[in-house]
Design a protein around this ligand. Structure first.
Ligand code: ZN
Length: 399
């Protein structure tokens, strides 16, 4: 977690506190609507405590991970080598110079089978304030590695990017660099970004709650979709781990440059804030590795769900699958066509977050919606199923 934004943080926390009570009430129906998927449950059951513990120890042993340290370079090499060891082939080391230091973002891509050009991103930074940073953010780093291990041979409909950012503690430098040099110039189509930063809890406390963070700031048009995805994240967390959840707000970490670029974000952050944060006491004995294991299960489930993993043996998955949904043309003029293999609802919001088309029912098959009365511009659409769970979302241009 980056503390440069501390004033904003305090203000937003008060806002989050007020909203929290309203939110508990509103979120109850969502929590009831999903059921466990036994295929996903089998995969999340593979999360291994010994693997996580030994990786946290290795991360810690590299030492203080400030941006000018050799430790940070060694940590980067260790992360890169692990993805090679797992058998990933699309491993990009994004190298840049900041404050006279050569720094590396590590970007690993797993290609989806149905939507290869649309990405679910799971990210966490691996640099630390001038300390080992085993909680902030060895915890997130190790979770990404564990999710990547379990997902290696699983088919997903959407592509996944595992991104290990550098120089988060210097002011979100690595994630700003990535947004400016990849997301914007390549017009990267991001379905959702899940940021994991400082999730190891505090030793001696019951770390049985995790904060699920939604977008409440910056670009307001993203907020409703972020809120819905964060509800889903909370539901998945409760279904596939022993953790309870608290809805909170996103701030001060690597999701913010994405948020400012209009992307949909969500995140995890620890409920019991580690008192040793940003000190040399940010080490394994002051945190709770068992809660990291539980969050690794939740993060694996979230990745399976958001990237739409399916069983390659061809056995139908019981729940939570999306049939292929197509919306065309895009950009559109007078009409849009929606093709779907099941009944869905279509919602369109403008850039201010106002709903323009509210939960339009689309029968299985193909349906045309008249959009002549809608003024030209950029819009966000979201597709929900009968349980009000978001199946997909994106940008729609109306000429
Ligand atoms: Zn952090």
């Amino acid at each position: 977690m980056n503390y440069l934004l501390i004033n904003t943080m305090i203000k937003l926390k008060m806002k989050a506190f007020k909203l929290f009570f309203i939110f508990i009430f509103l979120s109850i129906p969502t929590l009831k609507s999903q059921t466990i998927n036994t295929y996903y449950q089998g995969i999340t059951g593979g999360v291994n405590y010994d693997t996580i513990y030994s990786k946290l120890q290795t991360f810690e042993n590299f030492g203080n991970k400030g941006i000018s340290s050799q430790s940070l370079k060694n940590t980067a090499r260790w992360i890169i080598n692990y993805y090679h060891y797992l058998g990933y082939t699309d491993i990009k080391v994004d190298t840049f110079t900041y404050s006279g230091n050569q720094l590396y973002n590590i970007v690993v891509t797993k290609t989806g089978t149905v939507y290869p050009n649309k990405y679910f991103i799971i990210d966490g930074h691996y640099d630390a304030a001038n300390c080992p940073g085993t909680d902030d953010n060895g915890s997130g780093t190790v979770i990404l590695m564990e999710v990547a291990r379990l997902l290696k041979n699983i088919n997903t409909k959407y592509s996944i990017k595992f991104i290990h950012f550098t120089a988060e503690e210097s002011g979100l430098v690595g994630s700003h660099y990535y947004v400016n040099n990849t997301v914007i110039p390549e017009n990267l189509d991001i379905k959702l970004l899940l940021n994991i930063d400082m999730v190891g809890g505090t030793a001696g406390m019951a770390n049985n709650i995790i904060k699920c963070e939604r977008d409440e700031s910056g670009q307001s048009q993203n907020n409703p979709i972020s809120s819905a995805y964060t509800d889903t994240l909370a539901t998945l967390t409760q279904l596939y781990s022993s953790l309870q959840t608290q809805i909170s707000n996103a701030y001060g970490s690597d999701y913010m440059p994405f948020e400012q670029n209009g992307e949909i974000i969500t995140g995890y952050y620890e409920y019991n804030e580690n008192p040793y944060n940003h000190t040399t006491g940010d080490i394994l004995i002051h945190m709770d590795p068992l809660s990291v294991k539980e969050l690794a299960k939740a993060s694996t489930a979230a990745t399976l769900y958001f990237a739409q993993a399916y069983n390659s043996s061809g056995i139908k998955i019981e729940t939570n699958t999306t049939s292929q949904i197509e919306i065309f043309p895009n950009p559109a003029d007078d009409i849009i066509n929606i093709h779907s293999e099941k009944d869905i609802y279509f919602t369109l919001t403008n850039l201010k977050g106002d709903i323009v088309i509210d939960s339009f029912f689309v029968n299985k098959g193909q349906q045309t919606i008249d959009i002549k009365s809608i003024i030209s511009g950029s819009y966000f659409y979201s597709i929900t199923n009968e349980n009000k769970e978001i199946e997909t979302n994106g940008k729609l241009i109306i000429n």
